[in-house]
Design a protein around this ligand. Structure first.
Ligand SMILES: Cc1ncc(COP(=O)(O)O)c(C=O)c1O
Length: 427
């Protein structure tokens, strides 16, 4: 498909988009709950929470009011030499919820990951036992800044920068699905690989707990992560969990690591942190790590910061979002059961393989010829067919998934599944 480029806004450079082979975007003029409303008045169910950020629903009035109030009181203040009540409240709440005492604020998921990697590396240097190896998993996605790209899967997206990315040791991610009878062997092989890699002094192991998102909604078993944790502890290294996607109830508990019953040393969060209203990232660290950065020598300091660190509007949104989660945990705890029968119903469709489900996220692969993974053109076709029917689904190549906001009602969810079924029937 070659597009008439004149249909595209001459000033916008859209993310992750080759405009030569894509349709121009629709303009959204408003949104409410699970619905986006375009300038033509079309209503679209946002079944992917607008890149996984919209947690409770679009234009949630409680969060909107909190931001409005905060904007009239304090919109921004330099976060060195000063602090403010919303940041302090958020820090103590997140610390209590996670058991990790220290919060470092940044701007998005990538920066939250960058900060975690930098803290981990500098931690060992400050301790006088420098370690430089980072271990990550095949298929991982941790963001688009340089450090985040380095720990992510090396692929087409970061190929132009390959020579500039620091080396990372990598092992397989033993993902699983309903009816997978190879899982024991896959996990065993991965653990053998990890054990071998950990023979080299390692600053940190980074992973997306329970679910790799961009890597294809690839789910692992909690017991695998517990075995990974045991090896990490034996090797005296740090565990970074990237909860940028999985945090805030997406996997059915407040954080995926809680569900897996592991204890990370550093946690990166973003996306749902502000309920999806404002960009903000946070890296949580254990107190012991923070203590290694205290001392007379300037070199011990963590010399990192962003202009908008702990922006009061973002913190107000995050505090309001936490209120909503605390007041109604059933919204995420019970979400899996809302998917279950729908997914069971399509699991045996001739075009469906590897059905899988965790918390609010349901996924499967389309049985289709062509390139594996993200570059399979079926994703784009599927997206367009779903949009024509009023549902925003953005498959990762041949992986179709639903990751809706918590507020989606049963009728809307049912529509998502019936649209998926219709498209599968037509493929
Ligand atoms: C697990 C994970 N980490 C990091 C990121 C990067 O976050 P951001 O796009 O906010 O930089 C993403 C984004 O999708 C993600 O899914």
């Amino acid at each position: 498909m070659v597009q008439d480029l004149k249909q595209w806004n001459p000033h916008l450079w859209p993310p992750f988009t080759q405009i030569q082979s894509s349709s121009p975007p629709a303009t959204v003029k408003e949104a409410e709950g699970a619905l986006l409303v375009t300038e033509n008045g079309n209503k679209i169910i946002d079944a992917i929470s607008s890149w996984w950020v919209t947690l409770h629903g679009h234009a949630n009035p409680y969060i909107a009011a909190a931001i409005h109030k905060q904007a009239h009181e304090l919109e921004q203040v330099i976060f060195a030499d000063f602090t403010h009540p919303q940041a302090e409240r958020l820090a103590s709440r997140l610390s209590k919820l996670t058991g990790l005492e220290r919060l470092f604020f940044s701007d998005n998921g990538s920066t939250a990951v960058e900060v975690a990697i930098k803290i981990a590396c500098q931690f060992w240097q400050n301790r006088g036992v420098p370690k430089y190896q980072i271990i990550a998993f095949e298929g991982a996605y941790h963001g688009d800044t340089f450090g985040a790209m380095a720990v992510g899967e090396r692929n087409l997206f970061n190929a132009p920068f390959e020579k500039m990315l620091f080396p990372v040791a990598r092992l397989r991610w033993p993902s699983t699905w309903w009816g997978d009878d190879q899982i024991e062997a896959k996990e065993k092989a991965a653990l053998i690989e990890l054990k071998k890699l950990l023979e080299t002094p390692t600053a940190a192991v980074i992973l997306e707990p329970l679910l790799q998102g961009a890597g294809g909604m690839a789910m692992v078993r909690p017991s695998f992560l517990r075995a990974v944790e045991t090896l990490i502890r034996q090797a005296n290294t740090l565990m970074i969990t990237d909860e940028v996607l999985t945090g805030f109830g997406r996997c059915g508990e407040l954080f995926a690591y809680l569900k897996a019953k592991i204890k990370p040393d550093l946690i990166a969060i973003s996306k749902g942190l502000t309920g999806g209203f404002l960009p903000m990232g946070v890296t949580l660290a254990r107190e012991e790590i923070f203590q290694a950065f205290i001392g007379e020598e300037p070199k011990l300091t963590f010399w990192h910061g962003h202009s908008f660190t702990a922006n009061p509007l973002g913190c107000a949104a995050a505090n309001a979002s936490l209120d909503l989660l605390e007041n109604n945990p059933e919204a995420y705890v019970n979400f899996e059961s809302r998917h279950l029968n729908h997914l069971k119903a399509i699991a045996h469709h001739a075009k469906v393989s590897k059905p899988r489900l965790i918390g609010t996220i349901a996924a499967f692969n389309i049985k289709i010829k062509g390139k594996k993974g993200y570059l399979n053109s079926i994703g784009k076709k599927f997206k367009e067919m779903a949009l024509e029917r009023g549902v925003l689904i953005r498959p990762l190549g041949d992986v179709v998934y639903l990751l809706p906001p918590l507020c989606i009602d049963d009728t809307q969810l049912e529509k998502c599944y019936s649209v998926i079924t219709e498209i599968l029937n037509e493929l």
